[in-house]
Design a protein around this ligand. Structure first.
Ligand SMILES: Nc1nc2c(c(=O)[nH]1)N[C@H]1C(S)=C(S)[C@@H](COP(=O)(O)OP(=O)(O)OC[C@H]3O[C@@H](n4cnc5c(=O)[nH]c(N)nc54)[C@H](O)[C@@H]3O)O[C@H]1N2
Ligand SMILES: Nc1nc2c(c(=O)[nH]1)N[C@H]1C(S)=C(S)[C@@H](COP(=O)(O)OP(=O)(O)OC[C@H]3O[C@@H](n4cnc5c(=O)[nH]c(N)nc54)[C@H](O)[C@@H]3O)O[C@H]1N2
Ligand code: SF4
Ligand SMILES: [Mo]
Length: 766
């Protein structure tokens, strides 16, 4: 396709498998990737890529790709139908449910995975048409506890702290294995650099000796779920030794005295013992941490998907706050997002929305997948009756897959938008086939870089697979069929054409204001209105990018200094136009913002300008913190279900064929535990929890602690047996073991990394 081809036949795009979205250069032939390499011109990845990206043809030409809208028959099988029939029926059914039961009976799941946030944004138009605010996303089963803490500390849930890690002399990784999961640009190169540099200290807190731990100066091999005790021990030691940053705390924070009183009482040695880490080592590490010039603290699923999820994220933030590692080089910073992934939600007592059956609160404008089954599977008249899923596979990824499947069977309407026939799609009343992320304009809003922040709009590199559409077009058709918007906007479309030819006169924004004045109801559908007007006028079929015009205008208006810092110049509305133009024309991505560490204070939005350290709910949980819970002897192991490995990539690659090793996702077991269980390397075992049992292969390794066993996620998808119509799960479907009841008290995050299980040799080998 002409939009990206370069003279030598390489086209520019990016990897869609994890949140760092490395820039790629690719060659293609007959609809296939033939060569894939890192794009040196990409502002954040600079040519870096990991082993997963080279297999992207398994996504683009996956055997489960969809090519026609499907409708479910009474017997559960699907038949192909035309787009016109699909859109008309879906619109009529949604409308009927909305008009009978209200918008609250309908919800959305997903809207974007690791590589696609642009097209999913248009789902907001359908939510508006349906009159629902219930948006369930994967983020709300990992990060929402942290967002809630941000709201209390900084004033806004979307004030997401990141690290200025390039300048850090101390890096503390808690429950994060960047060697495999990344979550940081060029992770392996960076980790190797840090390991070689004697002036920089890397500390890993993880119950497993991870690839990252192998590179670290210190590895604290905490017992699973022991992080709250461990971090409290560190915080206790800091204040008891007077190592806190008194000047920072006095000048910039409130609530420290209350915290200090609490932390003075922490029995440091006993808490280290509870976490099962050597006290001397903890004290040595804590002393170095408190004395660092700039310390970065990076956390991830290891503390989120376990007991005390929200509390853990609070304590991790306290570590860097009490030591003054905020808004200083090498510490943590706040920055303006290009498009906020996360909004700000009120607490229920202040009028915030909750779910009806389970009472889960909205955080960051998101709802937790963990309560989804419970919202559907009940007899309340106001229960959830209809769901649309875009870019997600909740049947596989939400806790307690059996309960999710049982609940989804009860939905009156399930519509799935995906590129592939997923396990969730197999249950849907209607399935709508999307063009792949390499067949349409796409991007992500995972723009978490500092001091220079970058954004990458990717152009399509393949023609759309026949029968597929990009999501904005699907949403547009449904909303129009519901009678919420007209099928065309002659005046706005004309204004858009003139505006694209010469943006300097501001023709389109003026026409848009006039249209919204005359049709106030259209403003609720802003994404689809932009797509249907400005989108049509954009060159190269970049219609989906229309929404980025609005984002660019807003960003430039709010943060003109950040934009100019990035070297983009113009005045007034011209600055936003310049950002938008740069987005549209930068095939390798572009820097849109540059700020300094001190600018972080602009994003602390409490009226007093301070960070509010004392959070009553968290202090209460600290008081209630007990010794390790009584464990049911029937389930003597802790399973960490969801380890990121060489060959898993969420639900994106749907076949085991892409894997060069660990094809079936083995259970890691400590050799001593294995000996006691009578299991040898390669043996078959059954892992049983209170929710179910699965059979797995066994891998012996002393990288896990005794008593801990681990499985990857991103396995267990259905594949045809010998190419026939019979389907079989390949590898562990880990959420048959997880439970939704065992979850965080604030954010409802499930404890995927803390599942009590029994392990035994399988009686009959598969
Ligand atoms: N290869 C690969 N990379 C990915 C993905 C993928 O599927 N495959 N998925 C992407 C996504 S969606 C995400 S959210 C990120 C997640 O990225 P990470 O959070 O880094 O990945 P995990 O391996 O799930 O968990 C991190 C570590 O937590 C440790 N852990 C387990 N229990 C505990 C505990 O009680 N305490 C502590 N401190 N640590 C514990 C595990 O041993 C593991 O090493 O990865 C992204 N990157
Ligand atoms: N037990 C356990 N469960 C977990 C985890 C764990 O570690 N352990 N990890 C959790 C985490 S951190 C996450 S992020 C979630 C992920 O869970 P989900 O959000 O449910 O899954 P994704 O893998 O992001 O799903 C991506 C889907 O998007 C589809 N897709 C790809 N491209 C497109 C496109 O262009 N358009 C559309 N419409 N669809 C597309 C893919 O085919 C796939 O079905 O899983 C969570 N579940
Ligand atoms: S680090 Fe992430 S984005 Fe980069 S190539 Fe690997 S999987 Fe893809
Ligand atoms: Mo995730």
């Amino acid at each position: 396709m002409s939009t990206t081809a370069t003279a030598n036949g390489w086209q520019k795009t990016a990897c869609i498998l994890c949140s760092v979205n490395c820039g790629l250069e690719v060659q293609t032939e007959d609809g296939h990737f033939t060569k894939i390499k890192g794009d040196k011109a990409h502002p954040t990845s600079e040519g870096y890529q990991c082993q997963k990206a080279s297999r992207l043809d398994f996504y683009q030409n996956g055997k489960h790709r969809l090519t026609s809208p499907l409708r479910r028959r009474a017997d559960g099988t699907h038949e192909e139908i035309s787009w016109d029939v699909a859109i008309a029926e879906i619109a009529a059914k949604f409308k009927a449910i909305r008009d009978t039961h209200g918008g609250g009976a309908i919800a959305q799941f997903g809207g974007g995975g690791q590589g696609n946030h642009l097209n999913g944004m248009y789902g907001a138009s359908l939510r508006a048409a349906l009159g629902t605010r219930y948006l369930y996303t994967a983020l709300a089963q990992e990060k929402t506890g942290g967002f809630w803490v941000n709201g209390r500390l900084f004033g806004k849930q979307g004030s997401i702290p990141i690290s200025d890690h390039h300048k850090s002399d101390f890096i503390l990784a808690i429950g994060w294995n960047p060697w495999q999961s990344h979550g940081m640009a060029q992770a392996r190169t960076e980790l190797q650099k840090i390991a070689k540099d004697a002036s920089r200290t890397l500390v890993v807190i993880d119950p497993r000796r991870t690839e990252t731990a192998e590179k670290a100066d210190y590895h604290l091999q905490v017992r699973p779920g022991g992080d709250a005790h461990l971090m409290l021990a560190m915080l206790g030691y800091i204040v008891q030794e007077g190592l806190e940053n008194k000047e920072f705390l006095a000048k910039h924070c409130t609530g420290f005295e209350e915290l200090r009183a609490l932390l003075m009482e922490v029995p440091v040695d006993a808490y280290c013992k509870e976490a099962d880490v050597d006290t001397g080592l903890v004290k040595e590490v804590t002393r170095k941490f408190a004395g660092a010039k700039g310390a970065a603290v990076h956390t991830d699923l290891g503390i989120e998907h376990t007991i005390h999820s929200t509390l853990n994220q609070y304590l991790a933030r306290l570590l860097w706050l009490v030591t003054g590692n905020f808004a200083r080089p090498g510490g943590q910073v706040l920055f303006p997002p290009f498009v906020p992934l996360v909004g700000n939600s009120k607490e229920p007592q202040d009028g915030g929305l909750t779910t009806k059956a389970m009472g889960a609160k909205e955080i960051g404008k998101l709802f937790p997948p963990n309560v989804l089954a419970g919202e559907i599977d009940n007899e309340r008249p106001d229960r959830l009756r209809a769901l649309f899923v875009d870019s997600g596979n909740p049947v596989m990824t939400a806790a307690d897959g059996r309960a999710t499947r049982a609940a989804f069977e009860k939905l009156e309407l399930l519509v799935v938008i995906d590129v592939a026939m997923t396990e969730t799609a197999r249950m849907a009343h209607y399935v709508l086939p999307a063009s792949s992320q390499y067949e349409k304009w796409e991007c992500t809003f995972f723009n978490f870089y500092f001091p220079e922040n970058a954004f990458h709009l990717r152009a399509p590199i393949f023609a759309p697979l026949e029968g597929t559409l990009p999501e904005p077009e699907m949403y547009r058709r449904i909303v129009v069929a519901m009678g919420e918007l007209p099928g065309s906007f002659p005046e706005l479309e004309e204004a858009a054409r003139q505006h694209v030819a010469d943006p300097s006169k501001g023709i389109f924004p003026m026409a848009l204001m006039k249209a919204f004045h005359e049709h106030p109801e259209w403003s609720k559908q802003l994404p689809v209105v932009l797509y249907s007007t400005l989108g049509k006028a954009l060159p190269d079929g970049a219609g989906s990018a229309a929404i980025l015009w609005g984002a660019a205008q807003r960003f430039a208006e709010q943060y003109p200094d950040a934009v100019r810092g990035a070297g983009i110049e113009d005045d007034g509305a011209g600055l936003g136009e310049a950002v938008f133009k740069k987005i549209l024309t930068s095939r390798s991505g572009m820097v849109f913002s540059k700020l300094s560490v001190a600018d972080s204070w602009r994003f602390v939005s409490h009226a007093d300008g301070r960070i509010h350290l004392a959070i009553p709910e968290m202090i209460e949980e600290i008081h209630e913190l007990e010794a390790e819970e009584e464990r049911d002897p029937a389930y003597p192991f802790i399973l960490s279900a969801g380890e990121r490995r060489d060959y898993n990539a969420n639900q994106i690659y749907r076949t085991a064929d892409w894997r060069k090793k660990d094809r079936e996702g083995a259970l890691k077991v400590h050799p001593a535990d294995a000996a006691a269980l009578g299991l040898e390397d390669g043996a078959r075992a059954v892992v049983r929890s209170t929710k179910g049992a699965i059979e797995v292969g066994v891998m012996l390794t002393d990288e896990v602690r005794r008593g801990l066993v681990t499985l990857p996620h991103g396995y267990g998808m259905l594949e045809p047996v010998n190419g026939g119509s019979e389907m079989r799960a390949v590898g562990p479907d880990v959420n048959l073991l997880s439970s939704s009841e065992r979850c965080d008290r604030v954010a409802k995050t499930p404890f995927h990394k803390y599942i009590p299980v029994a392990v035994a040799r399988a009686l009959i080998s598969a």
